[in-house]
Write a protein that binds this ligand. Structure first.
Ligand code: BT5
Length: 264
């Protein structure tokens, strides 16, 4: 598989004003512990937002709640974008949903595959996970909080190499042919910039509308495990703060901001 092409990525960013506003520097590494960890370190060291970190492999790639993100070399995408949003921290979860929407749209336009979002942070092809998003934030004294948007996409991971217990897939495994990883980064950045712009312009309704169009969780019976409780119900709608509104068995409604969803 061809390695990622930094010059091409930089040239595309330069030629695309909306992306250029968001990404001012790209760092491509052969190997890191975790692109999110590195971006968080840069944030805590006071670096301005707009740094995109990309790696060919991660030794300690991570998911939410410190779970492992398996990161084989040279076949997938591992990206983290350091941002310093002006939005209040209570709006930060919306960046995760905006990222999920943009990522699903980018995969659709690059491959024609019907990628969908499982609220809040999984991208699925059918019922298999093809990509995940990890949002982490931090604050150093006297500075605006920073936000790191981490994205892992299984692109050209051979189906035989994907551990069965993950119930995961890759773009190549589904499409039957490899996908240009460098080109996909370009599509992802363009799609993300469009969704983040909606947030900057406070067009939350439009953002939630875009998400609802690609979100397979809505209307489905689901089980949601939050850090303290488990709920079962019908996923009714996504609210403007990014939370999921559930209708429970007894007819009451419950708002959930964070959790692991199983489609029942
Ligand atoms: C996520 O967590 O889905 C967020 C994944 C974010 C990864 C990116 S890669 C670049 C950046 N740097 C990092 O260190 N992380 C971010 P979560 O919803 O908690 O899902 C984690 C679970 O997905 C694991 O417990 C496994 O079951 C499964 N999993 C692990 N590796 C996978 C892979 N490559 N593809 C699909 N599923 C995977």
């Amino acid at each position: 598989m061809a390695p990622l092409d930094l010059q091409k990525i930089e040239a595309w960013i330069k030629g695309h004003a909306r992306v250029r506003e968001r990404v001012r520097e790209v760092l491509l590494f052969d190997q890191v512990d975790s692109t999110n960890q590195l971006a968080l370190q840069m944030g805590s060291a006071g670096l301005p937002g707009g740094v995109l970190i990309i790696a060919e492999t991660q030794n300690k790639g991570r998911g939410r709640f410190n779970r492992e993100w398996i990161s084989p070399r040279g076949v997938n995408l591992y990206l983290s974008l350091l941002l310093r949003p002006y939005q209040h921290t209570y709006d930060f979860p919306l960046f995760s949903l905006a990222t999920a929407t943009g990522l699903a749209q980018a995969i659709r336009s690059a491959t024609g595959l019907a990628a969908s979002v499982k609220w809040p942070n999984d991208i699925l092809l059918g019922d298999k996970k093809v990509a995940g998003i990890l949002l982490e934030a931090g604050k150093t004294s006297g500075e605006a909080p920073y936000l790191v948007v981490g994205i892992g996409v299984n692109v050209n991971w051979d189906f035989c190499d994907i551990p069965k217990e993950l119930q995961a897939t890759s773009l190549m495994a589904t499409l039957g042919q490899p996908v240009d990883r460098t080109g996909l980064i370009n599509d992802i950045l363009i799609a993300l910039a469009a969704q983040y712009q909606l947030l900057d312009r406070d067009k939350k309704e439009e953002l939630i509308h875009n998400l609802s169009e690609v979100c397979v969780t809505l209307g489905k019976p689901v089980r949601i495990k939050t850090p303290n409780q488990t709920f079962e119900g019908i996923a009714e709608t996504i609210l403007e703060d990014g939370s999921l509104l559930l209708r429970l068995g007894d007819g009451t409604k419950r708002k959930v901001l964070l959790g692991d969803v199983t489609h029942l």
